[in-house]
Structures are given as structure tokens and as C-alpha cells.
Design a protein around this ligand. Structure first.
Ligand code: HEC
Length: 125
């Protein structure tokens, strides 16, 4: 019994390090992007019309996910842009280069994402 718990504990610790390793791998796999240029492309190529200027997502036509501070790894982000799973229009390499997508990724991961109402001074009066 005791031994079993110990083995399970080791597996858990190993799993944790494995997951941590993957997270590091994801961050390293993302090519270096220029967030300022990513913002320019985000506006020029109309991502904002569906995903919102702050990457807040929307529901104007179809439910559109939040992009601000995305948890998607770079490959998943790029995969959706090249081969969208549903309603989003595809952006081929002729329209967006891999570097453009890296810049977009740098931009959306730099956005703060949802905040708490306590973060807005006006709402605390
Ligand atoms: C016409 C509306 C529209 C436009 C324009 C658009 N998207 Fe999307 N996007 C969507 C919808 C709807 C989804 C949900 C999945 C689907 O329908 O393919 C989505 C999903 C995504 C996802 C997956 C997010 C997640 O967490 O699952 C990413 C990343 C993304 N879009 C990036 C972009 C970028 C970058 C641009 C601009 C180059 C862009 N989108 C332009 C509508 C749009």
C-alpha cells in the first residue's frame, strides 16, 4: 500500500516536470515576434472586426474566442489561422507570412486579457 502511494507520488512528480517541460518547449517554439507590427497587422487584416480591438472576443456574427493573452501554443495559433476549424476565414501564406503570424502571436500574448472589476478605479468608488 505504502509502496503504491510512493510510486504514484513519483509518477505525479514526473508528470509535473514533464508538463513544465512542455510549457517551456511551447514558449521556445514560438518564433520571435514583433508585438508592435503584430498590432498593425491585427488592424490591417481585420482580425479586430471579429475578435475585438483588445482581443476580447465577440458574438456579433458567430461566437468568437478571446485572443488576449491566449493560452494556445504557437503551432495551434498558426494552425487555426491557416486552416480554421469552423467559421473563421483562412489566411494563406500569400496573405500572412509565418513571420506575420509570429508578430500577431507576440501582440495577442502581450494583451492583458480579462481583469477583475477591482482593477478599474471608477468601479471602486
Ligand atoms: C470573420 C470573423 C473572423 C476574423 C476576421 C478572424 N477570426 Fe479568428 N476566429 C473567428 C471564429 C468564429 C473563431 C472560432 C473558430 C472558427 O470558427 O474557426 C476564431 C478563432 C480564432 C483562433 C482560435 C482561438 C481559440 O482560443 O480557440 C485564433 C488564434 C484566431 N481566430 C486568430 C485570428 C487572427 C490572428 C485573425 C486575423 C489575421 C483572425 N482570427 C480573424 C472569427 C474570425
Amino acid at each position: 500500500m505504502n509502496r503504491c502511494i510512493r510510486v504514484a507520488g513519483i509518477a505525479l512528480v514526473a508528470g509535473f516536470f514533464c508538463a513544465a517541460g512542455l510549457a517551456v518547449a511551447y514558449a521556445q517554439d514560438a518564433p520571435k515576434g514583433d508585438a508592435a507590427n503584430g498590432k498593425r497587422i491585427y488592424l490591417a487584416d481585420k482580425c479586430y472586426t471579429c475578435h475585438g480591438r483588445s482581443g476580447q472576443g465577440g458574438a456579433y456574427n458567430t461566437p468568437t474566442p478571446i485572443l488576449a493573452h491566449t493560452a494556445l501554443p504557437f503551432e495551434g495559433f498558426k494552425g487555426q489561422i491557416r486552416n480554421p476549424i469552423n467559421d473563421m476565414p483562412a489566411y494563406s501564406a500569400a496573405i500572412l507570412s509565418d513571420q506575420d503570424i509570429a508578430d500577431l502571436y507576440a501582440f495577442v500574448t502581450s494583451l492583458p486579457g480579462p481583469g477583475s472589476p477591482k482593477d478599474f478605479p471608477l468601479l471602486n468608488n
